[in-house]
Design a protein around this ligand. Structure first.
Ligand SMILES: [Zn+2]
Length: 303
């Protein structure tokens, strides 16, 4: 039972007050986009649920698969398909598996921020700032990277985090589920926030393909998931919008999941209207149009 005082404290405004997504065109010849992105959590996917999992070696081994097999296999696939992606990597994964992180960077993919210990950002958590700083520090120290993109661990967000990301110079975020085109966040004080590249929840491979002692789920066959993914993609292409994948090497790097992903990406590549690219490139396209439309507004005001 919820108490009535708590219910009365819910503000009578939408949780996200960002203006509607502008209808900026995709770069020619494309009329729709796919933000191809991976979340590299490795063992921090498990220790973020319970630090005691560090002693549960089989639970940890699901995450360890990522460095030993999953990420190399995915890099091989992306190379074969000639695709560039964004990898949101936790600081802990970079520290524990530096060779894996270096291989991602060396293959020419974008590296994004994904926290340090992959801790869920919940309202009032004391570690939100520390998670951010430690994540930046690990990416800088090990890879020489200053990321411009951020994806929240467990896909949760708070206003405090939204403000902190702007302060740290993050250009785009990719966690919200409320649109099919990029838009700019509006902070509680009315100031502009990051550009959001909204996530497409059905492209989270974990939902369909990973089951473990502490994450029990049904596993669905390739045909089932391909049907979901193709329908989502084809409708979004008709809308001239975008999809964002949330793929994990500990899931999509497994043999049958890799086969599924290869088939899906091969289909996506055959769609000549679809721009398959990194978050950095999509955010840059947004910024270009944003600057041009601000300029034309200023011209109209002056003229
Ligand atoms: Zn994650």
């Amino acid at each position: 039972m919820q108490d009535s005082k708590a219910l009365a404290s819910i503000p009578l405004i939408p949780a996200n007050t960002a203006p509607p997504a502008p209808d900026y065109p995709w770069p020619k010849p494309y009329t729709s986009a796919m933000f191809l992105s991976f979340d590299v959590d490795a063992e921090s996917a498990w220790t973020s649920k319970d630090a005691a999992h560090a002693q549960r070696l089989i639970t940890m081994s699901y995450g360890g698969y990522e460095a030993r097999v999953g990420t190399p296999k995915l890099l091989e696939l992306l190379d074969q398909l000639d695709l560039k992606a964004t990898f949101f990597v936790t600081g802990w994964s970079v520290d524990a598996h530096p060779a894996m992180a270096e291989a991602i960077l060396k293959a020419g993919h974008e590296i994004g921020h994904h926290g340090y210990h992959h801790l869920l950002p919940d309202p009032g958590d004391p570690w939100i700032e520390e998670e951010l700083e430690r994540g930046f520090e690990a990416l800088k120290r090990r890879l020489g990277v200053k990321p411009i993109g951020y994806r929240a661990p467990f896909g949760e967000f708070t206003e405090e985090l939204r403000v902190a990301l702007v302060r740290h110079g993050i250009v785009y975020t990719s966690s919200f589920r409320d649109d099919v085109r990029p838009y700019r966040h509006r902070l509680a004080d009315g100031k502009p926030g990051t550009i959001e590249l909204p996530v497409t929840a059905s492209y989270d491979d974990w939902m369909h393909g990973l089951s473990a002692r502490f994450s029990p789920r049904p596993i669905f066959p390739k045909e089932h998931v391909l049907s979901l993914w193709r329908d989502e993609l084809d409708e979004v292409r008709d809308w001239g919008a975008m999809v964002t994948t949330v793929l994990h090497p500990q899931c999509s790097g497994r043999p049958m999941r890799l086969r599924l992903l290869r088939e899906f990406l091969t289909y996506a590549k055959s769609c000549s209207d679809l721009w398959i690219t990194t978050g950095e490139a999509i955010a840059a396209n947004y910024q270009r149009h944003d600057a041009a439309s601000a300029e034309s507004r200023a011209d109209r005001a002056a003229g």
